[in-house]
Design a protein. Structure first.
Length: 396
């Protein structure tokens, strides 16, 4: 006789038993996962077949579910291998959507790449874990740091991915690179300046903490690389983490402009949610070169203006990768042994965004290939903040 509540009971059992979830999560094959989940169900006295589990985990082929509000499914912290994927709208409140990352560390160049891989795990089709956003501000999971050891702000296309990958190569360092859930939290606190400051800071602290969870029991340091526009929210980060050192990476602006012209980042495209953040007048009337240069001006000028908040280190791309060991590690209080340093330096020999390929210097080629429109936009909008950043880097 079938149990009409079997699916709900199975989901509750997996969520209540971290060992079961961690045993099932790494299984990528859906048939193998369904068989293992059915066996776990039988062990818990739940009558559930593998076919029924396959049907329950079948994805919405049209993607209609993404337009519906996400119900809150848990009122406590999920197990330590669940990481925040997004802030979503739940009935009557905002909520955090969680994804189980299996047994894979955050070793990709970007958190979003790891997140995409994790979403494909069958466990994340069977289970939907969603908790109230207010939980982030109220409590903290026991396996989370209260504050990161370092924050990486950057101009974009200036070596920040290289730095985060080098840090991630050090055993015991959890390096989170541009997590969409953190960006959503920053957007939320940045767009609600009238909300109580402590409430906004608590949300930032909570999201940062959950991203740095000690998933493997070996975490010694937690570093976050922010999105490039987050330099505009530097005072909020500093207020949330007053003892956390931060870094701003920059590069010769012509080189950054050429990179953005070849493949534009979301922050340099008109018509996104960041339009109100950059507040560039009449953006549709501007040339592509001029708009990108103005965006980069906002990002770099914010770093210059907020240098006075304290705790910052300014590093030029031209000084990488050597500056990681000489300046960045001491600044963040990370002291790896010789073996870990060798592993870190080995990571620097590969292209940061395409780790299957060896790194090839491209600075000279980018400067040579810059068109006159790019050079003119740089001269108008970026030469002066670049001069100031160079001075701050030398001062330090």
């Amino acid at each position: 006789m079938s149990d009409p509540d079997a699916l709900a009971r199975l989901r509750a059992m997996i969520l209540a038993d971290e060992a079961i979830a961690d045993r099932l999560a790494p299984i990528e094959d859906r048939d193998a996962f369904a068989s293992a989940a059915a066996e776990a169900a039988r062990g818990g006295g739940i009558a559930m077949t593998a076919d029924a589990i396959l049907a329950a985990g079948r994805r919405d082929p049209l993607g209609i579910d993404r337009f519906a509000e996400t119900p809150v499914t848990m009122m406590e912290w999920p197990g330590r291998n669940w990481l925040p994927a997004a802030i979503v709208q739940a009935p009557g409140q905002l909520a955090v959507d969680w994804v189980h990352f299996g047994d894979t560390p955050l070793s990709d160049s970007f958190f979003e790449t790891s997140l995409g891989r994790a979403r494909r795990l069958p466990i994340n089709s069977l289970l939907r874990v969603c908790t109230p956003l207010a939980m982030l501000a109220a409590t903290r999971p026991p396996d989370a740091y209260s504050s990161p050891d370092g924050l990486i702000f950057h101009m974009s296309r200036c070596g920040s991915t290289l730095v985060s990958r080098m840090l991630a190569a050090i055993p015991g360092v959890v390096a989170v690179s541009e997590a969409p859930s953190l960006d959503a939290a920053v957007q939320l606190v940045h767009s609600h300046p009238d909300a109580p400051l402590e409430q906004r800071l608590a949300l930032l602290r909570g999201m940062a903490a959950t991203l740095g969870r000690d998933r493997f029991g070996n975490r010694r340091h937690h570093v976050i690389k922010t999105d490039s526009w987050h330099s505009l929210a530097l005072p909020l980060f500093r207020a949330a983490f007053p003892d956390t050192p931060w870094l701003f990476l920059f590069r010769e602006p012509t080189e950054v402009m050429v990179s953005q012209m070849r493949a534009r980042g979301l922050q340099t495209v008109v018509g996104t949610h960041l339009d109100s953040v950059f507040a560039i007048p009449d953006p549709l009337s501007l040339s592509t070169e001029d708009y990108i240069a103005r965006v980069l001006n906002r990002i770099t000028q914010a770093a210059v203006d907020y240098a006075e908040v304290g705790g910052g280190l300014f590093v030029d791309y031209a000084d990488l990768p050597d500056a990681v060991e000489r300046r960045i590690l001491p600044h963040f209080g990370i002291a790896p042994d010789a073996e870990a340093l060798a592993t870190m330096h080995a990571a620097a020999t590969w292209d940061a965004k395409s780790p299957n390929f060896a790194f090839e210097p491209d600075a000279e080629a980018k400067r040579r290939n810059a068109c006159e429109a790019v050079r003119a936009a740089v001269a108008i909008h970026l030469d002066e903040p670049h001069r100031q950043l160079k001075a701050l880097a030398q001062y330090a």
